[in-house]
Design a protein around this ligand. Structure first.
Ligand SMILES: NC(=O)c1ccc[n+]([C@@H]2O[C@H](COP(=O)([O-])OP(=O)(O)OC[C@H]3O[C@@H](n4cnc5c(N)ncnc54)[C@H](O)[C@@H]3O)[C@@H](O)[C@H]2O)c1
Length: 454
């Protein structure tokens, strides 16, 4: 996944770059807060015992990240592919028991919580079973494979009164917390335009993952993988590159838009899905049998602003979110955040008066300057200066997101990204894909809880 911390060298470059450019810039290295605030050591009675269901790429990343979170203990791991049992044990640095059957984990009374990092089309099934078994849940993004799945998952969580965190970790990031603070302060003025992109230019970025040499019907429980999807003969490409296929994934929208939407919802305090969406794009390069475009752009309508998102697998552009307000601009680019105030001091009209004769123009300018005397030279500066913030070296927002979840499991207090938040963000992905697939405007019908053609 994307980088979320800044190397020391990159940080030095930003700092010196800003100074060299002569700009009025204050560069601040943000300090990790959430993990640091966790009391350690925890009493054994406060230790949260968890298991991971799905220990592929993300499952292993998450297990590694849990090693930084105090007061928790991994007690089991589950995956349909046997070699991933070993990968999980290596990630968590412990010979935890492993299984292909997640119900064995849900039956264990000593498991308080589960991490669900299975393929998207299996989220709902595992999630509902985990709720019914009384487990708290950290479920990977996008929360749902379909709109219907998302609402069923909300019902299951509420019925069983579970703590749920969805896995778009940026919402726990210190960089996003700073962005939210700036947004909430009003320093941006009115923000009616937001744009974001996440662009990559590698085979890995386009999900062309290698097939491990031992992958076979003997080492993989293919039939269980197909649960909730059409039956078909064993196909390792579908198993390992599932993001490319509509039966299991949601393409770029489910993989990357969901992070951008979650970030935008978090920073702007939005607690609803977009009202409608229009998409454009195409499959230009990665023509390997995939069922999704390798470039997609979606325009979303929200009540108070418009959002323009793009993912392009044909150019390395990194991760970007920009908020354009009447008083300032806020840009998050990879691991840095820049706030730049707009110069909103009164100015005489400087353009249309060139269509006036000189005497009228001069009269107008003289009158304007009379009515708007310049401040004394020393007072003549922008109200605020540009500010740059960066994640410290080795910062990991995944561990912060996990700490937020595990703390909530203990305290029963709300998490930062619950099932409602996760569902709203996932609906944004489904709106994008609906608009693209149907070549029409996708409208969110909140009453009917479904997407309709506009
Ligand atoms: N938050 C992030 O930044 C981030 C990054 C990558 C992936 N993800 C999400 O994590 C999830 C997993 O993605 P991945 O890249 O690890 O995929 P992956 O293919 O590497 O791993 C998925 C694993 O789920 C297992 N699985 C599927 N159904 C199962 C079941 N019923 N029981 C047990 N195991 C089952 C498969 O065997 C597979 O090993 C997806 O939802 C993905 O969108 C999130």
């Amino acid at each position: 996944m994307g980088k979320n911390s800044f190397t020391r060298r990159q940080f030095m470059q930003i700092g010196t770059g800003a100074v060299a450019a002569g700009a009025a810039v204050k560069v601040t290295l943000l300090q990790p807060s959430l993990l640091a605030a966790s009391p350690a050591p925890y009493a054994p009675s406060d230790t949260v015992r968890f298991a991971s269901i799905g220990t592929g790429i993300r499952g292993c990343e998450l297990l590694k990240a849990t090693l930084r979170v105090p007061g928790i203990e991994c007690v089991a791991a589950c995956d349909l592919y046997d070699s991933r049992h070993r990968a999980a044990q290596e990630a968590v640095e412990k010979q935890v028991p492993t299984t292909r059957n997640y119900k064995e984990i849900l039956d264990r009374k000593d498991v308080d919580a589960v991490i669900i990092a299975v393929t998207d089309h299996q989220h709902r099934k595992v999630f509902e079973d985990a709720c019914a078994a009384g487990k708290d849940i950290y479920c990977e993004k996008p929360m749902s494979h379909t709109v219907e799945d998302g609402f069923a998952m909300i019902n299951a969580a509420h019925k069983a009164n579970r703590i749920v965190q969805i896995g778009s970790q940026r919402v726990s990031s210190i960089l996003y917390a700073k962005a939210k603070e700036i947004y909430d302060s009003g320093k941006l003025g009115d923000v009616c335009c937001i744009e974001a992109y996440w662009d990559r230019n590698t085979a890995s970025g386009a999900w062309v993952y290698p097939i491990p040499p031992d992958a076979s019907e003997q080492t993989i429980d293919w039939n269980t993988f197909l649960d909730g999807a059409p039956k078909r003969p064993f196909d390792p490409v579908r198993f390992f590159r599932w993001r490319c296929f509509t039966d299991y994934g949601e393409g770029l929208a489910g993989d990357l838009f969901v992070h951008l939407i979650s970030g935008i919802h978090f920073i702007t305090g939005t607690n609803m899905p977009a009202q409608r969406a229009q998409s454009a794009g195409g499959l230009f390069r990665w023509k390997d049998g995939r069922e999704f475009p390798d470039l997609i752009e979606t325009y979303y309508d929200y009540p108070n602003f418009r959002v323009n998102l793009r993912c392009n697998l044909n150019n390395e552009g990194g991760e970007f979110i920009g908020f354009y307000g009447t008083k300032g601009t806020l840009i998050i680019k990879d691991t840095t955040l820049t706030y730049t105030p707009q110069d909103t001091r009164p100015q005489p009209e400087a353009y249309s008066i060139y269509g006036w004769p000189a005497d009228l123009r001069n009269q107008y300018l003289a009158k304007w300057h009379e009515e708007h005397p310049l401040p004394a030279t020393l007072d003549f500066k922008l109200d605020e200066e540009s500010e740059v913030y960066a994640n410290p070296p080795e910062y990991n927002d995944v561990s912060d997101h996990q700490a937020n979840f595990f703390n909530a499991v203990r305290s029963r207090k709300p998490v930062v990204e619950n099932e409602i938040f996760g569902n709203n963000a996932a609906i944004g992905c489904h709106l994008s894909n609906f608009a693209y697939a149907n070549k029409s405007i996708a409208v969110w019908d909140g009453e009917a809880k479904k997407i309709v053609k506009g």
